[in-house]
Ligand binder design. Structure first.
Ligand SMILES: O=C(O)CCC(=O)C(=O)O
Length: 286
């Protein structure tokens, strides 16, 4: 392998576990400061949490919603450009045509938007005595798979509940993604058992890196996030993990290691495509 190929096969990823408050301007300025800090540590891809500009909750979405482009995406664009990073801008409540979406925008190092992912699986659950949450009361679902290219590898994007759907990760992997990122905000009921397990499952099933970015835990919020933003490698090992509080966690992504794992355990070529298949209605689109 050439020296250039070797250099390009490794890059640093940063996950920002942001302390999100009810003051949008504070959320934006903290995010901007931490993107700069992450870039200062050599990160090339930086990920913010779900709902990074607003508290998470159906009663907040319409109040904090913005058009895209708008105030929050402008800050993200500038932060990406100033710091020369790919910035996965967590998510924000987006308003478009009278509907609300939970939307992630991704910016390239030139500050241009390169992807917009609207959460495709809305978080509607009801666990008696624990948690009932119905995003569909206020939000509409997106309808597209979302993949973007970097100078290092292809990246697939989902938002939080999207991570529960193994088929989506499998399709992203089949499209050539080597990294899956999920801005997310699990809670104190599902977080302890499901958050890490889902990430390790998606990573191991597909032999990819998986990164999640959660808001920091705020015990006074109406929705208390689990925190614990994580990066998992293609072997299924957790290689970086935050606690509950605000933090930036780093992981060195090694695409040669990913290739080695795939060679050692060649499940992709061993799939019985003659017996089963996961298909997408959007097959052929990127
Ligand atoms: O799936 C879960 O348990 C949590 C999902 C969630 O919080 C979300 O989709 O925002």
């Amino acid at each position: 392998m050439s020296t250039l190929a070797k250099v390009m096969s490794k890059f640093r990823l940063a996950v920002i576990q942001l302390q999100v408050s009810s003051v949008k301007a504070d959320n934006l300025s903290r995010a901007r400061r931490l993107v700069k800090e992450a870039a200062g540590q050599g990160s090339k891809v930086v990920v913010l949490p779900e709902c990074f500009n607003s508290p998470y909750g159906t009663n907040f979405f319409s109040r904090y919603a913005e058009k895209i482009p708008g105030e929050s995406t402008q800050v993200l664009s500038e932060a990406a450009k100033e710091n020369q990073v790919y910035l996965v801008g967590g998510s924000i409540p987006e308003e478009d045509g009278g509907k609300l979406f939970n939307t992630c925008t991704v910016f390239g190092p030139d500050g241009e938007v390169i992807l917009k992912h609207r959460k495709i699986h809305l978080f509607d659950i009801d666990i008696p005595g624990k948690i009932r949450f119905q995003e569909s009361e206020t939000l509409s679902a997106g309808n597209s798979l979302s993949v973007f290219d970097t100078s290092f590898c292809k990246v697939g994007v989902g938002i939080c509940y999207d991570m529960r759907f193994a088929e989506l990760a499998q399709l992203y992997s089949r499209k050539g993604c080597q990294l899956l990122v999920y801005p997310g905000a699990f809670n104190m009921t599902t977080g302890p058992t499901h958050w890490e397990l889902l990430q390790r499952a998606r990573a191991l099933d597909n032999q990819v890196y998986v990164a999640t970015a959660s808001p920091a835990r705020d015990e006074t919020a109406s929705y208390v996030a689990w925190g614990h933003s994580t990066v998992v490698n293609p072997w299924g090992d957790v290689i970086s993990k935050a606690g509950p509080e605000e933090a930036v966690v780093y992981a060195d992504i090694d695409l040669q290691y990913l290739a080695d794992v795939r060679q050692q355990i060649p499940i992709t070529s061993q799939r019985r495509n003659d017996l089963y298949a996961v298909t997408s209605a959007q097959e052929g689109s990127s």
